[in-house]
Design a protein around this ligand. Structure first.
Ligand SMILES: C[S@@+](CC[C@H](N)C(=O)[O-])C[C@H]1O[C@@H](n2cnc3c(N)ncnc32)[C@H](O)[C@@H]1O
Length: 239
């Protein structure tokens, strides 16, 4: 039985999300500084202990947060700097994004030695793989800022907000944990509303059209606003 979305697209029974990732991941020509960041800095901050995530940080964190698709990393960096008590795992697969965050963390020439934040770790692989590997009910907060919208209906199963991924994320979140999400794409906005209205794992607060004060801005959001698109911001709370 087809489900009808608020954007009036009849969506046939949704296929499971594909195992492989779509979208850009690798750039062929890395500049020398970028190559050093990936070879020398990334291994020093890479998240490598999914079965015991708390052990990855310099000090035992009071809370565990996860950001999916950090892009240039400005949101992740601000979060980590503002909450030293929190352990933040930041996920990104695109090497230019990884390099942007790493470049902001260590000065040129200090790729192998520069001090790195003890409460920030990077997962440079598919966030869905990480979610599957984490213990149940370990996350206090999840961030999904401006996910790739995959606007074509035939690509809907690639969207991060998918019933199977919503269930997976819920299983890794504590009761009362917050999932913060934002999108500027009208089709994706309608999609999120529909998918979240059809589930019972999270309560869904009325979405906001202005970014809540304590949410750091992101690069993609700035581009969206400059292009005249209107983002929506959601908070889903794990029941
Ligand atoms: C549209 S960009 C938004 C980036 C950033 N959040 C912002 O607001 O500026 C989406 C990012 O998510 C990343 N991404 C998509 N799927 C992912 C996944 N399954 N795991 C990790 N990163 C993912 C992409 O590589 C891309 O950089």
């Amino acid at each position: 039985m087809p489900r009808r979305c608020a954007n009036h697209l009849a969506v046939p029974a949704l296929k499971p999300p594909p195992d492989r990732l779509y979208g850009r991941q690798r750039t062929h020509a890395l500049r020398p500084r970028q190559a050093r960041l990936l070879a020398e800095t990334l291994p020093r901050i890479r998240f490598a202990s999914p079965s015991n995530p708390w052990s990855a940080f310099a000090a035992l964190p009071t809370h565990l947060w996860l950001e999916v698709g950090f892009g240039g990393g400005e949101h992740a960096r601000t979060l980590a700097a503002s909450r030293p008590d929190v352990g933040l795992i930041a996920c990104e697969v695109f090497d230019q994004g990884l390099c942007s965050l790493l470049a902001a963390l260590v000065a040129e020439g200090e790729e192998a030695t520069g001090e790195l934040p003890g409460n920030l770790r990077i997962w440079d692989d598919d966030a869905r793989t990480l979610l599957r590997a984490l213990p149940e009910a370990c996350l206090d907060r999840l961030f999904l800022m401006f996910p790739d919208p995959w606007p074509k209906a035939r690509h809907a199963k690639r969207r991060f907000v998918h019933p199977d991924i919503v269930a997976l994320a819920a299983s890794r979140m504590k009761q009362g944990a917050e999932w913060r999400a934002a999108s500027d794409d009208p089709g994706y906005q309608a999609w999120v509303s529909d998918i979240m209205a059809a589930q019972s794992l999270f309560s869904v607060a009325k979405p906001a059209s202005a970014r809540p004060d304590e949410w750091p801005p992101t690069r993609y959001e700035a581009k969206a606003r400059a292009a005249g698109r209107a983002p929506i911001y959601w908070v889903f709370t794990r029941i």
